[in-house]
Structure formats: C-alpha cells, structure tokens
Design a protein around this ligand. Structure first.
Ligand SMILES: [Zn+2]
Length: 454
C-alpha cells in the first residue's frame, strides 16, 4: 500500500511536469500506464477526504465504519491528507471506552474561491472558504442582456474589490465559479443558445477567467448551481435523489441522481420549462415553441397576468404596484397573494397546479425523495407551494410519493453564490482533479485542472 501512495505522488508529479499546457486524454493514459494501482489508492483517498470534508466522519474509527475500508488503509490515507495540509488533527473526541480518538477536520482555509451568480437583472459575487463559508459578498443590479464583455468586466472589478476588502483572505485562489441564467455546455464552460442572454452564445466564459486568474474555472447554469447549493449546504443535505425547481423569470430543474448532479449528455438535463403542457397556438414561448410550461407558469407569465389584472381593475394591490412602479412583477403577484389578494392567489394556484402536473410526471419517472422549490417567485407566499404539493401528491403514483418531501429552498438570497462555491469545491476535490494538483499543494496556477473534471 505504501507503493500505492508513492504511485499517486509519481503520477501527479508527472502530470504537473508534462502539463504546461492543457492536459489531454493521452496524457492521462500515459500517466495511468506508469502506475499499476493508482485507481484504488485514489478512490480511497477521495472517499476518505469526502467523508471528512462533508462532515460525515470525524475520526479514523468512524471512517472505518462508514467507508468499509480497512483500518490500515484509512490510517494511510488520513496520513497522506494531513501531510498535504488538507486535513488537520484537532481536539480529542468523546471516548467510546478506550483512548479518546483525535478529531479530524478538513482544512477549509487552505485556499479561497471566487464566485459570481449572474441573473437576468443582477450580479452577485462572493469570496468563500473551501467549505463554502461566505467571507465577503456583494450584489448589485445588472442587465445580462448588456452582453458578456460588459458583464464580465464588472465581475472582474467586483472580484478585485472583494479580494482587497476581505480581511485575512485564506491561502491562494483555488478556483472560480460562475453561474449564468441559460444553458451551458459544462465541459467547455460556454453558454449555448441562451434565450435571455443576447451575445453570449458560445462565449468562452471559462477561458476568459482562466486567463486572468490562472486558476481552474467552472461555469454552469443557475439551476444546477442552486441544486448543488441546496444539496451541499441547504435543505437537500443527506438526500441522494433530489429535484430542485427554480421558478424565476423562467422555469428549470437541477437533478441530483444517486448522489451526483445529473447534467446529461450535453449539459441540458432538467430543462423542464419547455415541456409542452397545452396545445394552444396562442401560448408562444420565448424558445419559439408553443404551449411550454414556462410560458404559462413562469415569472414572466405571472407578471403579464398581474399587469392585465391591474389594468382591468381586478386587484387593488396590483393596481397600486402598477401605479407606483409602472409595471407589475412576479414578485409583486407573489407578495399580493401573501396578503390574501384573490386575483393573485388564483394566479399562483394556477401556476402551482401546472408546475405540479409536470412534477408528477417527473416523480413517476425519477422517484426523488425530495423536491425543492426555489427562485424569486417561490420565496414569498405559501399558495404556490401548496398548489404544487397538492397536485404532485394527487397525480403521482402512491409508492413514489410515500416518503416524498416537497420543501421551499432554504438558502434564500445567497443560494446562487453558495451553490457556485459548492460547484467549484466539488469539482476541485473530484477524483479527476485532485490527481492533478494534490502533489503540488493546490490548484492555484493550474487552470487546466478544470478541463479534467466532469
Ligand atoms: Zn419554451
């Protein structure tokens, strides 16, 4: 087993030596050929680190019980992680009879992560530790439609401000994470035909940040980022099969399947907003098709109904919103419903039933243990959630709903940046990435680490 440890070291050093440029598949193959058993050793190392990093195991004996690895392997891998500064030994824990065990803790301040969550009308940036703790945060209004150069230039400025204003920034920059409100090809970090992001189609977001920061960069759509945040730090912790639905301007879903985010073959999994729910030529979606769920139940649709209700004098609250701001937003409708406005309540219930019908099919198909409802529209008022719950439980198969929970998102306004940090950290500590940077102490200065990970 000592040989295995040496092999990991050998492999990683070789990778570093040969990877002045972006690493390729053949590099990986060559490295594998040199190392007879790196797979098992790496698997065990990543398993042990995940256990400690995610707070599931706090001592060597817990690791043995939870992972099924032998005592000797656990001791060896923990030793390697301590040598590399990724795990530290702390206080002694509670004794179970014999010598009290030393508590193991992930070294979350070995480095820091920069994240940006770009919305249709906002930019949220944060700097976090390696366990997703927010050390500095800033948000401001911004139009994604202004295009990539203007938006990302602003993100650079905000990153600079955050790094200079955050006191005692831990370690070096270990990674950058960007969430955008449209489909992303995850393997390249490029938005692909995003409907509300003019000028962004195919734009090399990853390359742009990698060149400036010399660190690995990951880019994903806002819904996957939200799903990762809820799964790692929010209400979905401990669930292996989760659907996270974001009802914002549009509607989308992030899918955690068997304990990992399911992105699909091209990265477009979970695009449930464009499932056809009515056969009505008058319901035209921004995607160009007719009858999409999002065109009937998304935030833009709610806002349209709210404006109509206000103009026709059917709702006092919505008329007030229209008078004061010149328009009615989905959030206005949601807020009016929470005050009992009859028109707003009916709109939210109708939207909730439509989302619920779609989710009933998803539940029958996928059998999640938890559905999380997030996004601006879902944040206030209970009517939407109640209508979704009622419809899903009524229309799904009994076995699939026996233990199914349907909950509101728990991370609130910080969900986007917390999720983007979770994405970066999960990728950094994935088997593929860690092999590349472990023996040089960290991924700083290694933008190519991002290319390896899936
Ligand atoms: Zn559509």
């Amino acid at each position: 087993m000592a040989a295995n440890a040496a092999m990991i070291g050998h492999m990683a050093i070789t990778r570093r030596g040969s990877s002045g440029a972006i690493g390729s598949e053949s590099d990986t193959q060559r490295a594998t050929e040199r190392s007879p058993l790196p797979g098992e050793a790496l698997d065990a190392l990543v398993t042990v680190l995940d256990e400690i990093r995610l707070g599931r195991s706090r001592s060597r004996s817990e690791l043995v019980v939870r992972t099924g690895l032998s005592r000797a392997i656990v001791a060896q891998r923990v030793g390697e992680l301590i040598d590399r500064g990724l795990v530290a030994e702390g206080e002694t824990g509670p004794s179970t009879g014999g010598r009290p065990p030393r508590q193991l803790a992930f070294t979350a301040d070995a480095g820091h992560v920069l994240v940006a969550d770009l919305g249709a009308t906002s930019i949220d940036v944060a700097v976090t530790s390696l366990d997703g703790r927010i050390l500095g945060h800033h948000d401001e209004p911004a139009e994604i439609a202004a295009g990539p150069e203007a938006c990302l230039q602003r993100v650079d400025e905000l990153f600079d401000q955050l790094r200079s204003s955050t006191r005692a920034l831990p370690g070096r920059l270990w990674g950058v994470g960007i969430g955008v409100p449209g489909p992303v090809e995850f393997s390249t970090g490029r938005p692909i035909s995003p409907p509300i992001m003019p000028g962004w189609d195919g734009y090399p977001v990853r390359e742009r940040f990698a060149a400036r920061y010399d660190a690995p960069v990951w880019v994903d759509n806002d819904v996957n980022v939200l799903a990762l945040g809820e799964w790692r730090s929010g209400i979905a912790v401990g669930h292996d099969n989760v659907v996270v639905v974001k009802i914002g301007t549009g509607i989308g879903a992030g899918i955690i399947s068997d304990g990992r985010l399911h992105r699909g073959a091209q990265g477009s999994a979970g695009d449930v907003g464009h499932i056809q729910v009515v056969d009505d030529a008058s319901v035209v979606c921004r995607c160009g098709n007719i009858g999409c769920l999002e065109a009937l139940a998304g935030g833009a649709a709610l806002a349209r109904s709210g404006i109509a209700a206000a103009r026709e004098g059917r709702s006092e609250r919505l008329m007030t919103a229209l008078d004061q701001h010149g328009t009615v937003t989905a959030e206005d409708v949601s807020r009016a419903a929470s005050f009992g406005d009859a028109v707003a309540v009916a709109e939210l219930q109708s939207a909730g039933r439509r989302v619920g019908l779609m989710l009933a099919s998803v539940v029958n198909f996928f059998n999640p243990s938890l559905i999380v409802i997030g996004g601006g529209v879902a944040q206030s008022g209970d009517q939407l959630l109640a209508a979704i719950r009622e419809t899903v439980y009524r229309r799904s198969l009994p076995l699939a709903t026996r233990d199914l929970l349907i909950q509101r998102s728990s991370l609130g306004a910080l969900a986007g940046v917390i999720g983007a940090s979770s994405m970066v950290v999960d990728q950094l500590f994935s088997r593929e990435s860690i092999a590349r940077w472990m023996d040089v102490g960290g991924p700083s200065g290694m933008p190519e680490v991002a290319v390896a990970a899936r």
